[in-house]
Structure formats: structure tokens, C-alpha cells
Design a protein around this ligand. Structure first.
Ligand code: DQA
Length: 148
């Protein structure tokens, strides 16, 4: 068990990420969401942390989940999917949670269509990891394990 670090991490995946492994593999990779979640959970456990992981295709569901789960969590790792670019109620819920938020994107959102380069979440996030594939989630968990 690490002596520092945030203990319980809420990991959220937004719209269409349930289709990982089938969806545009050259951009998003070939692992399924459950494979990615397994790797994230395993790394978190190794670092002495617990994860609570959810995916939803609906912005309202994600807002409900944040309102319900944030009280028991010490940080949020989120890939908001396309909500990254326009999901203002999601952005507000993340800000209201008052927790460190790490925004993760599998693809490099700055190297794709111009509309993907704008994130409404980034200004309220502790940081953003973009373009490292599933390893971006692992980097987020590792960062949080050293955060006090
Ligand atoms: C994404 C990038 C978004 O632009 C896109 O809408 C997604 C996935 C990523 O992980 O690279 O659904 O967040």
C-alpha cells in the first residue's frame, strides 16, 4: 500500500466507448472496454487504490453518476468521448464534485478534426492525457497514486 496517494478513483467513460475494440481500431486501439477496465483496475490495485468504473452513452447518466459517487471518491478519471467538445452539464458536474479530474483521450484530439481540439472539460481538469491509447488511463492512475 502506497503511503501517499488518492485512495478511491471514479473512472468514467462517455458515449461510444462501450464499442471499444470494434470502433475505428486504428484510432482507438483493439482492446475492448472491459479489457481496458481490467488493466486500469489491476494497476490501481497494485498501487493500493480502489476503482469504481462506469460507462454511459448519456450525459445525464454521467451527471447522475458523478453526483452519486463523487462523495465517496478522491479523484475522477474521465474520458468524456464526444461530450468533451460540448458537454457543459458534464463539465459543471465535474467542477461541482470538487475533486481532482484527469481527462483522458485514447486518440490525440489535437491531431484530428479541428472541432476535436476544443475541450470544455480541460479548463476544470487537473490535467489532460491525449493520444497514449489505453496507457493514458494507466498514466492517470499512476499520477493519482503519488498525489496527496
Ligand atoms: C475520444 C476523442 C473524442 O473526440 C471522441 O468523440 C471519442 C473518443 C478519445 O478517447 O480519443 O469518443 O475521447
Amino acid at each position: 500500500m502506497a503511503s501517499k496517494g488518492l485512495r478511491k478513483i471514479l473512472v468514467l467513460h462517455g458515449p461510444n466507448l462501450n464499442a471499444l475494440g470494434k470502433r475505428n481500431k486504428s484510432v482507438y486501439g483493439s482492446k475492448t472496454l472491459s479489457e481496458v477496465n481490467g488493466l486500469v483496475q489491476q494497476r490501481a490495485r497494485e498501487l493500493g487504490m480502489e476503482t469504481v468504473i462506469h460507462q454511459s452513452n448519456s450525459e445525464g447518466d454521467l451527471v447522475d453518476l458523478i453526483q452519486k459517487e463523487a462523495g465517496g471518491a478522491s479523484a475522477i478519471v474521465i474520458n468524456p468521448g464526444a461530450l468533451t467538445h460540448y458537454g457543459l452539464s458534464l463539465r459543471d458536474a465535474l467542477e461541482d464534485a470538487g475533486l481532482p479530474v484527469i481527462e483522458v483521450h485514447l486518440s490525440n484530439i489535437y491531431a484530428r478534426e479541428p472541432w476535436r481540439a476544443h475541450s470544455v472539460v480541460a479548463p476544470i481538469a487537473r490535467g489532460q492525457i491525449s493520444g497514449l491509447g489505453w496507457r493514458g488511463y494507466i498514466a492517470a492512475v499512476e499520477y493519482l497514486s503519488t498525489e496527496t
